[in-house]
Design a protein around this ligand. Sequence first.
Ligand code: PMP
Length: 360
Amino acid sequence: MIYSNKVINLNSGPAALPQEVLQQASEAVLDYNGTGVSILSIPHRGKDFNAILEESKQLVRELCGLNDDYEILWMHGGGRLQFAMIPMNFLGEEQTAGYIDSGNWSADAIRHAEYYGNVQVLSSSKEDNYQHLPVWPHDIPPNLAYLHMTTNNTIYGTQWPEVPAVSMPLVADMSSDIFSRQVDYTNCAMFYAVAQKNIGPAGATLVAMRKDMLRRISRSLPPMLNYAEHVAKKSVLNTPPVFSIYVSLLTLRWIKEKGIDKIEEENKIKAALLYDEIERNPLFSTPVKKEDRSMMNVCFRAVDERTEQLFLDFCEASGIVNIKGHRTVGGFRASLYNAITIEDVKYVVAVMLEFELNKK
Ligand code: PMP
C-alpha cells in the first residue's frame, strides 16, 4: 500500500485551498495583522476591512483584465441567489433571455429565470444526461435581454473551450473554473462565481458587471436584490461575509503570485495525467467526450459497478477523500481545482494503478 503524508481532498466545493492560504487565514483568526483583534471580529465598515475589499477588487480586475468599466462585487447567497437576481434585474416581463442548458446548474438558472420573463433554451444536452456539451447555437436571436452560459459543468465534468464574443450581453456562471485558465473575461457583460471552489470558503460570491448593465434594471426591487444598490454601497449594503472575503483575498494574492498562465499550464498537466490513467486502466472509464472534458472536475466510473465501493474505500484508506461522484450521476469525480498540485494527481494515479494490481 502506498501512502501520502497528507490527505488529498478532491471535493467539488467547498474545496481544498492552498496550504499557504490556510496558514495565513488561521493566523488572522487569532490576530489580524498585529491588531490584537481576530479577523472574525473586525468592523465591516472600518479601514482594515475597507482595505481588504479594495485590494480584492483590484486583484480581480487585474487577473481578469478588466478596466474601470466593470464593477466588482462580493455578495451573499451563493450561485442560486445569482440565478434569481440576474432575471430579476435584467429580464423584463415582456423580454426574452437565452440560456444554454449544459447541466444541472444551467437548468436551475433557467428555472429561476422563468419566474420573471420569457426564457428561450437555445441549446441543451439534457436528453443525453449532459454527458457532452450541447452544440453552440448558430442563430442566436439578436434581441435577447441577455444570454446565460455555465462555463464549466461541475456535476458532469464538461467545460466550454472558451467564453465567446456575442452581440447581446453575455452572463456567465464561472463558479467552477474561474481563474483556472486564460479566457477573455471582457466578452462577458457579467460573470459570477461562488467562492467555495477556486476562490475561498463558502459564504461569498464574486460578481463582475459592466457598468452599462446597471442602466438595464427596470423592475422596482428591494435593495438587497438590486445590483445597483450593492454597487452604490460598495459591497457593504449589509454585513458582508468578512472572513470569506478575507480568505478569498489571500487566494487572489496566491493566484497573482503564481500567475494564471502557470496555473493553466499545471491544470492541463493535472487533467491529462488523470484522463490518461482512466483510459489506460481497464477498471475505469469516462462517459465524457474527449473534446468536452473539464480540466476542473474529472468524472469517471468503475467499468464493473461492483468495484465502485471497493475503490472508494481504497481511496479513503490511501488518504484520498471526497472522490465520490455527485449523487445524481454516481461514479467518481476528482475535482482538480487550482490548489490541487501535480504531485497530488500523480499520487491519485498511483493509487488507481495499485488498485488495479490488487484486483489481479
Ligand atoms: N453554479 C455552479 C457551476 C456550481 O457548481 C454550483 C454549486 N456547486 C452552483 C452554481 C450553486 O452554488 P450554491 O450552492 O452556492 O448556490
